[in-house]
Write a protein that binds this ligand. Structure first.
Ligand SMILES: NC(=O)c1ccc[n+]([C@@H]2O[C@H](COP(=O)([O-])OP(=O)(O)OC[C@H]3O[C@@H](n4cnc5c(N)ncnc54)[C@H](O)[C@@H]3O)[C@@H](O)[C@H]2O)c1
Ligand SMILES: O=C(O)C1=N[C@H](C(=O)O)CCC1
Length: 266
């Protein structure tokens, strides 16, 4: 089994630190460096609470990838920086596995083109939890029969982007099969702006941010005399790690950008 050399961006974060613990458990993964906005020049083991890796922390992705030989970048940072890191990975011949959410459609298209130009695979997955991927797939199935649908996503209050990447991806999957229509009363009026949530192609998305939450989503379908609710909860960030590992293993064989873990699941 070949060793996979990995750079992690965002190692001090909630997801990045969990990814380090996942890497520590794999015999064929090697953490070769990390990138974060502070602690440049430190070793990972010097940071309280992180596994005792010797790998160095850089504050600049280009500098890191010039100095270090890597196969895969795992990015778990923040929207704008994650996008820059992903571009930098392509420039240095490194395959990105991106969990960072909040990329715009234009950014996703640009990264897809870059992946194709470079012939380098990449995985961008708004949600690495297998249960969440199934929740999205089941929602797509249901939307064919229940075109009236609203998405309620709930996350911890440190989250930067709204709606969540998972909610946007769910709405995109539903859009592929749902008859186009507007929902609610044609004359409805918001007396407080935003009361009806974000409008994605006539579907409403509601974002809840509260301390104590991790990552949760309900997709509620309505029809005469019946409702169907499809729900997923991540109670711990360990829930994302089997998906991160799947993406790292599969990205090595890819020469295109894959958006969504469902495309890697049989
Ligand atoms: N795809 C998934 O399954 C999944 C699951 C959970 C979270 N996420 C996403 O992952 C990202 C990280 O989430 P989190 O909860 O770990 O966030 P966090 O705030 O706990 O951690 C972010 C990390 O990025 C680093 N960072 C921030 N700005 C930076 C910069 N300019 N340069 C370098 N490093 C920088 C921070 O120092 C920190 O280490 C978010 O976009 C979140 O939406 C995705
Ligand atoms: O904690 C977060 O932030 C999460 N973000 C992802 C999203 O935006 O969908 C996935 C779940 C956790």
């Amino acid at each position: 089994m070949n060793t996979v050399k990995i750079v992690v961006a965002g190692p001090r974060g909630k997801m990045g630190s969990e990814a380090l613990r996942m890497i520590q458990k794999q015999d064929n993964y090697e953490l070769v460096a990390c990138v974060d906005k502070k602690n440049g020049g430190w070793k990972v083991k010097d940071i309280d609470g992180l596994p005792p890796f010797e790998a160095r922390i850089y504050e600049d992705m280009d500098e890191c990838l010039q100095e270090v030989e890597a196969d895969v970048l795992i990015d778990l940072t923040a929207p704008e920086v994650g996008y820059k890191h992903t571009k930098s990975a392509f420039e240095h011949g490194v395959r990105p596995v991106v969990g960072t959410t909040g990329f715009t459609t234009d950014q996703l298209e640009e990264l897809t083109d870059l992946s194709e130009q470079k012939g380098l695979g990449a995985v961008i997955a708004p949600n690495f939890a297998i249960g969440a991927v199934l929740m999205m797939q089941f929602s797509k199935m249901a939307a064919k029969y229940f075109p009236n649908v609203e998405i309620i996503e709930r996350h911890h209050d440190q989250k930067l982007d709204a709606p969540s990447g998972t909610a946007v991806k769910t709405a995109e999957l539903i859009q592929q099969v749902r008859e186009e229509q507007s929902q609610g009363h044609p004359n409805e009026k918001e007396t407080i702006p935003g009361a009806r949530g974000a409008d994605f192609d006539g579907m409403r998305i509601h974002s809840v941010r509260l301390p104590g939450l991790v990552a949760h989503q309900e997709v509620v379908f309505g029809d005469l005399g019946q409702n169907l609710t499809i729900k997923h909860d991540s109670f711990h960030r360990e829930s994302f790690m089997s998906g991160v590992k799947l993406a790292v293993d599969r990205v090595l064989e890819l020469d295109v950008l894959v958006y969504g873990l469902e495309n890697l699941m049989e």
